[in-house]
Design a protein around this ligand. Structure first.
Ligand SMILES: [Zn+2]
Ligand SMILES: [Zn+2]
Length: 724
């Protein structure tokens, strides 16, 4: 530790988590007996409380002269830990300024929660315990390896050569080794992207002693499978502690242990969800972002950061290579990976073929215009599913709506099951006969009769997964499995997986073949490796094509490609697998491209449209969202802040390149009795948008303080928003 003893009291600047809108910069001054290195964790008093903070020298020493007599001392320095690195601090500063939040909020949210309440004595005890358990867990060769892991051991070669790579995989790995990146690994589902990630991680780990690798996945559910693979590959080489996970599903103690292992360098591979982008990894040399298109990389509260975008930034900052991977890249990443001659900044690595030469599923469209009006499962689809059952194969049917029916309606009057507190309908759940609001949680027994007119005849309108499951069971009542047993259906959605362990047990039923049909929401379409599924069907995917959100087609295409990718992963199954779509728009270009599994054609047509409309990635956007007791107050605040900007930003000539649209209600205008409005800000230049936002932030704060705006509950800026 670089503590320099000095005789005088040392002025020490400390970053703490100040409330988001307190207008405090977050860097507070204290004194300490010794000079502490930047990045040192400390405990400091603030008012009556004691907080965790990080020693954080302000960028310039231009602040007013402080009287040391008035400064309070630091309570304790947690200097048993090495300080957080300059790169880590730079990442925090960048995130705070780019996403318009305070550095204190970002930094403290990036540290494990348990650390916030730990004294230095407790921390010391924890570290001792960890060191002890590491010793007992470790394999005999570990200590030697940990000291000199710079050369691949013979075992490393054996492990690596046990896997037979395809030509495409070998090419991708070679280019990763030879070039700087950042890379976009564009690989079909089943093309073996994970193996490429592991090989790249392996070559990074042997390339320099102590090197660390960060691998990000979009969902917690995807970590156990991946963790098992990485542990099997790397723990024999680098020790039992070498692979750790980091996600919000872990206990606070587990999270702290993983964080400490990453921070100390003991963890060589960190697997995690978006929060892991902030993991303290002093020797980070590779960041992998799997399924980089997934919207869950974007945070929806606090600092609304994109972990994918920050990964690219962090890679540049630390000199670490970055590899993004997807079968359906985000249009932003696709655009960035165009040829360098056209301005591309990423290297595109292509792996179009499936490992083992498996075929991508045949895409079939059912024109629902030719089906009976109330038809849910068309007869050709039903026949196909029945055929799969007869052959002992599994089908997956998905519908993006849980519950039994999205609305309950009176057949006499206009009554519908609206939520009292939200601008949404309450969903009918038949299993416990409730009407539940999926936004505020309001749940009530279904009324015996229409609350408006007393008519006992109230009907479910539309369908959710619960009703779909019931309907399929009815349709297949007379059908038998090859063993003569009735057909078994399992439903997987947020309702059936609420209990801990429920998802795992349902998934294992699918894997062991106990189940013939899997019904669910898009939750089942992502990532899971279902070997025995040979038919995937989207019951009603058209909705997204009518959406006002310009990203809806992109999300639909990727969802359907992902879903199709679930089918036919087992090359021992002889019949070609199928992806079925029931649609009223069978000739829509999106479905045409999907039929050919032609993501590039789809992406290029979407990018053309976006370019013509000057939409991202050809322009840059931010949203300011406001919540208030009334829609009028929420919009009033935004429109007032817009006028203030027009008055005050004129001189800087910023508004010549920035467009502020009028405030509008959000598509879900009211949730739990809170009205929500938003204002879109757009610019052809990212830098100009950034300059404008940082100037405007102060104006938003002072506008909020205006007596006219006292109905405003909160507001926030969302830079590069995903949902508009
Ligand atoms: Zn009625
Ligand atoms: Zn509600």
């Amino acid at each position: 530790m670089t503590q320099i003893p000095v005789t005088e009291k040392c002025l020490t600047q400390v970053l703490v988590h100040t409330p988001a809108h307190s207008q405090m910069a977050g860097v507070l001054s204290y004194w300490n007996e010794t000079l502490l290195a930047p990045g040192t964790l400390v405990r400091v008093p603030l008012g009556q409380r004691e907080l965790l903070g990080v020693v954080w020298p302000a960028e310039q020493a231009s602040e007013t002269v402080l009287d040391p007599a008035k400064l309070r001392p630091i309570t304790a320095a947690l200097d048993i830990l090495p300080p957080l690195s300059a790169h880590w601090r730079a990442l925090i500063n960048f995130t705070a300024s780019y996403y318009q939040r305070s550095a204190g909020e970002v930094a403290l949210a990036a540290l494990p929660p348990q650390l916030r309440d730990m004294s230095s004595v407790q921390l010391r005890r924890r570290l001792k315990k960890l060191a002890k358990s590491a010793k007992t867990q470790s394999l005999p060769t570990d200590s030697a390896l940990n000291k000199t892991p710079s050369k691949p051991t013979p075992e490393a070669d054996t492990v690596a050569s046990a896997v037979v790579l395809t030509k495409e995989q070998r090419q991708a790995i070679r280019r990763f080794r030879d070039e700087a990146g950042p890379f976009l690994l564009f690989g079909a589902t089943g093309s073996g992207k994970t193996e490429v990630f592991m090989q790249c991680a392996a070559s990074t780990l042997v390339s320099s002693s102590g090197a660390q690798v960060l691998v990000m996945v979009p969902e917690i559910n995807l970590t156990p499978q991946l963790e098992a693979r990485f542990k099997a590959r790397f723990c024999p080489l680098y020790g039992a502690e070498a692979v750790v996970s980091m996600h919000s599903g872990m206990t606070p103690a587990q999270r702290l242990n993983s964080w400490l292992a990453a921070h100390s360098g003991a963890a060589r591979v960190v697997l995690g969800t978006r929060m892991a982008v902030f993991a303290s990894m002093p020797q980070l040399q590779l960041i992998v972002v799997d399924e980089e298109h997934d919207p869950s990389y974007k945070s929806s509260e606090g600092a609304r950061y994109s972990a994918r975008d920050l990964a690219v930034y962090r890679g540049r900052l630390e000199g670490a290579k970055v590899m993004l991977g997807s079968a359906t890249p985000s249009l932003e990443s696709w655009h960035h990976s165009r040829p360098a001659a056209e301005g591309g900044r990423y290297l595109r690595l292509e792996m179009p073929s499936r490992v083992g030469g498996g075929q991508l599923p045949l895409v079939r469209r059912v024109d629902m215009n030719h089906q009976a009006k109330s038809c849910i499962i068309s007869s050709p689809l039903l026949a196909a599913i029945t055929g799969r059952i007869a052959r002992g194969e599994q089908s997956m049917v998905f519908l993006n709506r849980r519950g039994y029916a999205p609305v309950l309606q009176c057949s006499d009057c206009d009554w519908k099951s609206e939520c009292r507190h939200c601008s949404a309908y309450r969903v009918f759940h038949k299993i416990d006969r409730t009407l539940r609001c999926h936004h505020c949680g309001l749940s009530e027994r279904v009324p015996r009769a229409c609350p408006a007119c007393g008519n006992p005849d109230i009907m479910p309108l539309g369908r959710g997964t619960e009703r779909l499951e019931e309907h399929l069971a009815e349709l297949l009542r007379g059908v038998r499995r090859p063993d003569g047993q009735p057909v078994r259906i399992v439903r997987i959605d947020a309702d059936t997986t609420r209990l801990k362990g429920a998802l795992e047990s349902q998934l294992s039923q699918v894997h062991t073949g106990e189940v013939d049909i899997l019904v669910g929401t898009q939750m089942i379409a992502k990532g899971h490796d279902f070997r025995r599924i040979t038919l995937v069907a989207a019951v009603n995917p058209d909705n997204a094509l009518y959406s006002s959100d310009f990203r809806a087609p992109e999300r639909l295409f990727s969802l359907l490609m992902q879903a199709a990718g679930r089918a036919g992963r087992d090359e021992t199954v002889a019949n070609p697998s199928e992806m079925w779509m029931q649609t009223f728009l069978p000739t829509h270009p999106l479905y045409e491209a999907l039929k050919k599994h032609d993501y590039p054609a789809f992406a290029d047509s979407q990018l053309k449209e976006r370019q013509q409309a000057a939409m991202p990635p050809f322009s840059f956007q931010a949203l300011v969202r406001a919540e208030a007791r009334s829609q009028e107050a929420a919009q009033g605040f935004l429109n007032l802040a817009r006028r203030v900007a027009a008055d005050q930003c004129d001189t800087a000539n910023l508004l010549a390149q920035v467009t502020l649209y009028p405030a509008v209600p959000m598509s879900m205008a009211r949730i739990a009795n809170i009205e929500r409005a938003q204002m879109l800000v757009e610019s052809p230049s990212r830098a100009t948008l950034q300059r404008f936002l940082s100037a405007w932030q102060g104006m938003l704060h002072s506008t909020r303080a205006d007596p006219e705006c006292k109905g405003v509950i909160r507001w926030a800026i969302d830079v590069d928003p995903l949902n508009i």
